[in-house]
Design a protein around this ligand. Structure first.
Ligand SMILES: *Cc1c(COP(=O)(O)O)cnc(C)c1O
Length: 366
């Protein structure tokens, strides 16, 4: 049959949309435990809520496309000059754009597997080939195997630390190896959506390693996780040079971050006390959840993020289904083996306890 989509590459895109979660105008259904999207379970800082209220008076005006205030704050924090920063409606938008920038038709992109799929979607849009390289057994990216999988047409090398969906981080040495051995004709991308969590748990210092790389690189970060702003869609990137950054700006849709979102993100970055409290609470809750699950014979993979991936004492798909019937949403993975594992977002103490109780009942009944 002739497709009504004229562009063959767009016809061929295989990446599914995010899981559907229909809502009424009153918001997310309170009876559903959303432990499948790695959202923060609580509200953002009161400072953020105040900034949002203030921004509402000007919503008849388009937002500042240059993101001047937010760029200034990020530049001050990271030391990366403003002409090397870009902004997306979520960091996912930037991941798609940078693949479109790096890849010509027929080029190769090296990806860990499993990982966050959005950069690979950009590779498909650009007509490139995705080379999937299995993770190490601890759930971190296998840099040696990824380097060994490089071809003469590799133009994109994607790393994710902490890796979604497993939570593992890169060692400083592995990162240095990637930064020095990925050739200069290949864009090295490091997705740091969970940067703030990894930073307080001994993760690699990605920016300072990449600063020494001779070739091009881009680091992406998000306000959706540690800053509790998933619903407002803000992400940013830092690039090796102004030229790469200008490429991202050419692809950026006009006014892609709303005025309210910009104000919220800027305020969130100025409330370190709240961020630190979020990190502390999430990590403590994650450790508690891991301990409870190990009592039920689940085995945790080392996680440095706001979620936990566990090997299951029964088939992950079976557990996922039984949890869904009880309005508890988690993600089943076909990794590391046939039994699979579950990715569980750390939620409120109440929902975490509800999950443990449900799993106990489900396992008892099997
Ligand atoms: C959540 C996530 C993102 C994207 O988040 P945005 O909401 O688009 O900023 C990117 N990468 C990874 C690994 C993620 O888990």
């Amino acid at each position: 049959m002739v497709s009504s989509i004229p562009n063959a590459r767009i016809q061929a895109i295989t990446f599914p949309p995010p899981p559907s979660s229909p809502e009424t105008l009153s918001g997310p259904a309170p009876e559903i435990a959303r432990m499948n999207l790695n959202e923060a379970p609580g509200a953002p800082s009161p400072l953020v809520l105040g900034a949002i209220a203030d921004a509402l008076t000007d919503i008849n005006r388009y937002p500042d496309h240059d993101c001047t205030a937010l760029a200034g704050i990020i530049s001050g924090r990271t030391g990366v000059p403003v002409d090397r920063l870009s902004f997306g409606n979520g960091s996912g938008e930037i991941l798609v754009a940078l693949a479109m920038m790096a890849i010509n038709e027929g080029d190769d992109a090296i990806m860990p597997s499993p990982t966050f799929p959005t950069c690979a979607k950009g590779v498909q849009i650009a007509g490139g080939n995705i080379i999937n390289v299995p993770l190490r057994s601890d759930g971190s990216n296998d840099v040696d195997a990824m380097l060994a999988a490089m071809t003469s047409r590799t133009r994109l090398f994607y790393l994710c630390t902490p890796n979604n969906p497993t939570g593992g981080i890169l060692s400083q040495q592995a990162l240095i190896k990637a930064a020095t051995q990925v050739p200069q004709n290949c864009l090295l991308v490091v997705d740091e959506a969970y940067f703030e969590f990894a930073q307080v748990e001994g993760g690699p210092d990605v920016l300072s390693v990449l600063a020494k790389r001779p070739g091009p690189w881009v680091v992406t970060r998000s306000f959706s996780k540690a800053y509790c702003l998933a619903g407002l869609r803000v992400g940013y990137s830092m690039s090796s040079d102004a030229e790469i950054n200008a490429g991202l700006w050419r692809l950026r849709p006009n006014f892609n971050i709303g005025r309210v979102s910009l104000a919220a993100a800027a305020a969130a970055m100025q409330d370190d006390a709240y961020l630190n409290e979020t990190l502390r609470n999430t990590i403590a809750e994650r450790q508690q959840l891991a301990a409870q699950l190990s009592r039920l014979d689940f085995e945790e993979f080392p996680s440095f993020a706001n979620f936990l991936t566990v090997r299951c004492p029964a088939k992950a798909r079976t557990l996922h289904k039984a949890l869904a019937q009880r309005n508890i949403q988690v993600v089943p993975l076909a990794w590391p083996d046939e039994q699979g594992s579950l990715r569980i977002t750390v939620d409120t103490p109440e929902n975490n306890a509800r999950l443990v109780e449900a799993l106990e009942e489900i396992l008892d009944a099997l």
